[in-house]
Design a protein around this ligand. Sequence first.
Ligand code: PEP
Ligand code: MG
Length: 844
Amino acid sequence: MATPQQLQLLAPLSGVLMPLDQVPDQVFSSRVIGDGLCIDPTSQTLCAPLAGVISNVQASGHAVSITDDNGVQVLMHIGLDTVNLAGKGFTRLVEEGQRVVVGQALIEFDADYIALNARSLLTLMLVVSGEPFTWLAPETGVVESGQPLLSLNPSEVAADERIAQEGEALFSKPVTLANANGLHARPAAVFAQAAKGFSASICLHKQQASANAKSLVAIMALQTAHGDVLQVSAAGADAEAAIKTLAELLAAGCGETVTVVAEAETVVVETSSLKVLRGVCASAGSAFGQVVQIAQQTLEVSEFGESPQAEREHLSRALAAAVMALQQLRDNATGDAQADIFKAHQELLEDPGLLDQALALINAGNSAGFAWRAATESTAALFKSLGNALLAERAADLADVGQRVLKLILGVEDRAMELPDGAILIAEQLTPSQTAGLDTRKVLGFATVGGGATSHVAILARAFGLPAICGLPVQVLALANGTRVLLDADKGELQLDPDLAAIEQLQTHRQQQKKRQQYELENAGLAACTRDGHHVEITANIASLAEAEQAMALGGEGVGLLRSEFLYLDRNHAPSHDEQASTYSAIARTLGPARNLVVRTLDVGGDKPLAYVPMERETNPFLGMRGIRLCLERPQLLRDQFKAILSSAGLARLHIMLPMVAQLSELRLARQLLAEEALALGLTELPKLGIMIEVPAAALMADLFAPEVDFFSIGTNDLTQYTLAMDRDHPRLASQADSFHPSVLRLIASTVKGAHAHGKWVGVCGAMASEKLAVPLLLGLGVDELSVSVPLIPAIKAVVREVDLLDCQAIAQQVLGLESAEQVREALRQHHETTVDTSLVLEN
Ligand code: PEP
Ligand code: MG
């Protein structure tokens, strides 16, 4: 038996041992990656040589690393140059972040395929964290999978070789990675080896993720790919030299032959000389204040506990206390958005899978804290690895709620955050728990590296009415507390040490904005008629009864989009008929019989999965089974929803709208189901039936759809995403995925033309309708209804009252011929300045 300090590494495969020096690949034979052994395999399942956490498993499945609790890192690499097989011949059995036991199967591979298609099948097992070892078996000859081969003495030094990000970090210019397969084992090893030559603490950054540049495993875990934009940062005596050498090495391919890719557009230099950092707007507005860095507390947990019984009790007490604390946060929440987040956190705590994982570890002798952390971390890693932005954000929630429970297990009290006045909070990621107890009198805004416009920090910032920017470069984390910054969320900019003129300009601007908002609110009850007497219906986008009530109070003329998903998401079973029916009826009653209520049928799918509708994993969820496609595949779901919606007929002017329609057959089939349900209920009259125009196919064939619908509503969010082939939530494409792009405008124009030729009305319910700058344009294109975000109803109505339809038509025609979204926005700004009464400033 090994002593606690010693660690045995078992053979990960059966086969024939071969000295490392004889491996026909210099990177391995020179031991630059680490010392270890090589096996010519006779078995086809790679098993864990030690217990630990999967710190990296390459997407292509040819390499995997395990890190144990003392920091020992072991890399296994199947075959030589197998990265080029791009995953063919390998089946991954584990996920990153997962805890594995010794001997557990990690990767299955097809030896025949690899032998035929790669340079060699020789498999390496290397101790990349550098601990010395002694052999427990002859260094050559036949070995059996699971046979003890090496004995290690984990050194304190290796475990401690964590990066300490102290002092001012320097950053390189961004380097676009030219390596065909990203930084896989070989170039990563060359890079880590070079980094080890410097005393500075060095990090490699990819978007919001960072890795210790001296750790091969950490670099591989970044999962870089060709074309990724990377940066090197360093802090310490030789930081400057390190950055220069390592950035050059990256650009030159780290030992691989590469064709250099064009330099990334953003030029970033040392933090000290930076004036502006750019991200994306998560919540509009601006503020001038001082930097307050917020870091997540690191908690120490011991691996082993008392008896399993005692540890189970610790866990269940902590879970019960967390549920209660979350209930209190829900009760004290600032509005629905915040309450919903904490409700979702409570539901995560009830997840049986998570609990089972933690209990299994407790039963194996682990402490409650250790077991809970392992369970939440591995589930969060699984969420992140699925390549889905929404699930990745749920991973952030899980980390947040995980930390909450862990603190309760460990008895760590949350210290109230002492904030100076005028704080601009800066963080890698701000969690809902961190933001919940904030003194909003002292906080002026948020700026984070992680998150996007749909992240919870964005939702909370909007609920608090605070400006926020997400997706900032990591340099923002190196800003000293107290640094004066101007956060201009509208432009997605954080200006460092702004001059007095910029601050004054911002303050004047804010005063004007306030005055304007007051004016809009006072006149919210007036009809939205242009100066030349054209009425445009201004309705609301809602997702709850409370929003319906608020919309009516703010002058909404109806509901143009009820996103019915709110009834279905974040729960373990479908809503009952009664629950659905009573919700729709309550909303309809709030509107009354004279107002339109447009209920959109369920728009979920690959990107917004439902726990109770099992779906296969999709490579491209936005192009998969979502919206009407999913509902028609599960017609009972749609029938049940129709039946529930129909129960509110007569309480408001009921309209039903189908999302994501691309084919006429979808519309016809849905209409048939609706007619059957109406007949079954004895209804003689069908409600109005319309479709969303959010797939270019539907916009292009609007003339064929129009005779068969009662109305169209254009979903500019998805229409833009699908027209420009840009993910609507992509932090780096946010500024380009702009609905003002002339291609999108042309689709809107052809939709209106098709609809009006058949006497049908057209609304716009995407976020574009809530932009003041878009109002003259959409009116000019002939749009009949704008369905907008509830708080913006008064502002949009005010703009309509300030324009002439004829002017709008002229500017709309003009911008259809422009080249880019920027040109369109600029033309609209100029048009506004020449046509509208400038005593009331139009902000956007
Ligand atoms: C849209 O796509 O513009 C839209 C309104 O639908 P959602 O944002 O709910 O996808
Ligand atoms: Mg949509």
